[in-house]
Unconditional design. Structure first.
Lengths: 157, 65
C-alpha cells in the first residue's frame, strides 16, 4: 500500500516545488473514491529537478512495470532528459509529471492551486475546477465516472 | 530540456450527456459527508478505506492458497 505520508514528507522536506493532481487531489476535494498512487506535477527548473532527484533518492525510485535490473538512475540528468515518470518506490507508487495532459505544467497549475495541510505538511493541491479540466483534457473513458463525481462536488460546494 | 507552456490548453467544461448520465449515479450523500470534514480528515478516511481494500485482497490471496 502506498505510504502517501512518506512520499509527501520526502518531497516537501526536500524543498521540491510540486502540485498534487489526480486521485489524491480528488480525495482532498471530497471524492469518495479510493486511490492507490500519488500524482504530482513538478517544476522543471534545474534547481527543482535536482531537489526532486535528491528528495526521492532514499526511496529508491524505479520505473514501474519495468523488468528488474535495468540501469535506471532517477537523477537530475535523467529527469532533465525525460518529462513524465511512473515510478515505484519503497514508499509506493508515485507519478512525477513535468506536464499533465492538457498543458498542466507546474507554472500553469501554480495559480490554480490551493495549499492544505495533510499529515501536518503544507501541501499544494490543484483546485477542483482545474482538476476537472485536466480530467476532461485526458479524455479517457475510465475518467467519466470520476469527472461526474468531481462535477457533483463542485455543485455541492 | 524542452521548454514547456505556462497555460492550460482550452477544454470545454460544458455539460455533456455522457457525464450527466454518470452524475445520476453519484452518491451525493457520501460527498456531503466528506465536505463536512477537513482535508486531513478526508485523507484519513480514504486511507482507512484503502487499508480495508488491501486487507480484503490479502484475505482473498490467502484463501486461494
Amino acid at each position: 500500500m502506498t505510504d502517501f505520508q512518506r512520499l509527501l514528507e520526502a518531497l516537501t522536506r526536500g524543498g521540491v516545488e510540486f502540485v498534487i493532481i489526480g486521485g489524491f487531489a480528488a480525495t482532498a476535494h471530497g471524492s469518495a473514491h479510493v486511490t492507490v498512487d500519488l500524482d504530482v506535477v513538478y517544476g522543471r527548473s534545474a534547481d527543482n529537478v535536482a531537489r526532486l532527484a535528491e528528495a526521492l533518492r532514499p526511496l529508491s525510485p524505479y520505473l514501474r512495470g519495468a523488468p528488474p535490473g535495468l540501469p535506471f538512475l532517477f537523477d537530475a540528468d535523467t529527469i532533465g532528459r525525460g518529462l513524465n515518470f511512473t515510478l515505484t518506490t519503497t514508499a509506493g507508487d508515485l507519478d512525477v509529471l513535468g506536464e499533465a495532459t492538457g498543458g498542466g505544467t507546474f507554472e500553469a497549475l501554480l495559480p490554480r492551486s490551493i495549499v492544505r495541510q495533510v499529515f501536518g505538511l503544507d501541501c499544494r493541491f490543484v483546485d477542483l475546477e482545474t482538476l476537472i479540466q485536466l480530467k476532461r483534457a485526458a479524455g479517457r473513458p475510465k475518467d467519466m465516472e470520476r469527472i461526474a463525481e468531481l462535477e457533483a462536488l463542485k455543485d455541492e460546494g | 530540456m524542452l521548454p514547456l507552456g505556462t497555460e492550460l490548453l482550452p477544454v470545454s467544461l460544458e455539460r455533456t450527456p455522457v457525464i450527466e448520465a454518470y452524475k445520476k449515479d453519484v452518491d451525493r450523500t457520501l460527498l456531503r459527508e466528506n465536505l463536512k470534514l477537513s482535508t486531513e480528515q478526508r485523507v484519513e478516511k480514504m486511507l482507512a478505506a484503502l487499508r480495508l481494500v488491501e486487507e480484503l485482497h490479502r484475505a482473498r490471496r490467502q484463501a486461494a492458497r
